[in-house]
Design a protein around this ligand. Structure first.
Ligand code: T6T
Length: 328
């Protein structure tokens, strides 16, 4: 009998040994998150929005004793992010916090990671497959788009004309929702201004956004406003309007509040920003991933807030604390 027990125990050890051979730290084991390895895959490296998210995630990871590693592609592009996700799949962290680059193209690598037992938490952006992600944490982007329309309406003060939307790429959940919220508000609430042609896409390049707005200013002399749906499109749009010498004629509302956007606000090149709370998204991302590992209740959807920043309120400490960081 003793002999059988010893053989069974040896078998169990062998199986445990095999599971560990990959060096993985898969989230299938329960217990404390402390000491476990988490990966944060941001949407793109060097973006103050994601740097601020990283700062929040690191703070929470430190508190919980989690080993957090941060990665991201050089461009916001699923063809660059997906190979990094495949490498994450091979390293099998206990949890992955990820801002997927595309609602469709990011599904396959994320499904593979989740199916292997890593707890996946979507931060900032999402994918179409609703089975992916134990939790999804993002700004209420549709509401943010509607707030941008309201801010633009106030800035226009009744001026008549066209407004243009400049986004990054279709298929990015965050900016697509902002466009939808903005367009819906313009169509249903405001009569003095209407949408210019279709939304135009900058591919997250400030230079492309600047060229887009300059070409549109030539084409549409009745352009009175622009909504630029993220940090880099807003930065380029403001530069383009300034170079065209049209800052008095065209009001710019941009999403995001990085240090350079604040400088543009001060300079009068942008009139309003919709600031997100990326630090909070990072904190909550680590928290929800740890809950998933520890078998605690996980909130499947968390919508974080946004706020309007203008030259008038940007120095208020209750506002300035949400200005993004370019280092932790
Ligand atoms: O606006 C943020 C983020 O929410 C979006 O998904 C991608 O662009 C930013 O990172 C700003 O550059």
């Amino acid at each position: 009998m003793k002999k059988i027990a010893a053989v069974v125990a040896a078998g169990v050890l062998l199986v445990a040994g095999c599971a560990d051979e990959s060096g993985g730290d898969s989230g299938s084991d329960s217990g404390s998150a402390s000491g476990k390895r988490f990966t944060l895959m941001v949407g793109v490296k060097g973006d103050p929005f994601y740097i601020s998210m990283e700062c929040g995630a690191k703070e929470k990871a430190k508190e919980l004793g989690v080993d957090l590693q941060v990665q991201g592609p050089d461009k916001f592009d699923a063809t660059l992010q997906n190979p990094l996700l495949d490498a994450v799949a091979a390293s099998r962290p206990a949890a992955l916090l990820v801002a997927p680059n595309d609602v469709k193209a990011s599904v396959t690598p994320l499904k593979r990671i989740q199916d292997a037992g890593t707890k996946v938490v979507l931060v900032d952006t999402t994918v179409d497959d609703t089975n992916i992600g134990a939790s999804r944490i993002a700004t209420d982007n549709k509401l943010g788009g509607a707030k941008a329309a309201e801010a633009l309406n106030e800035l226009l003060g009744g001026a008549q004309g066209k407004v243009l939307v400049i986004s990054t790429d279709p298929g990015v959940s965050s900016v697509d929702a902002r466009v939808a919220g903005f367009e819906e508000a313009v169509k249903t609430k405001f009569t003095n201004f209407t949408l210019a042609a279709a939304t135009q896409y900058s591919h997250n390049s400030p230079q492309t956004a600047a060229s887009i707005i300059q070409a549109e200013l030539q084409r549409s002399p009745d352009l009175v406003g622009v909504f630029a749906t993220n940090l880099f499109s807003a930065q380029g749009t403001a530069t383009g309007v300034r170079s065209a010498g049209k800052s008095n004629q065209v009001k710019v509302v941009g999403f995001d509040a990085g240090p350079d956007q604040i400088k543009q606000l001060e300079a009068g090149d942008v009139q309003a920003l919709v600031a997100q709370k990326p630090y909070d998204i990072g904190v909550q991302g680590v928290e929800q991933a740890a809950n998933a590992i520890e078998g605690k209740t996980v909130e499947t959807n968390i919508a974080t807030e946004s706020l309007i920043v203008t030259k008038d309120n940007m120095s208020d400490p209750e506002v300035s604390k949400y200005i993004y960081k370019d280092k932790c």
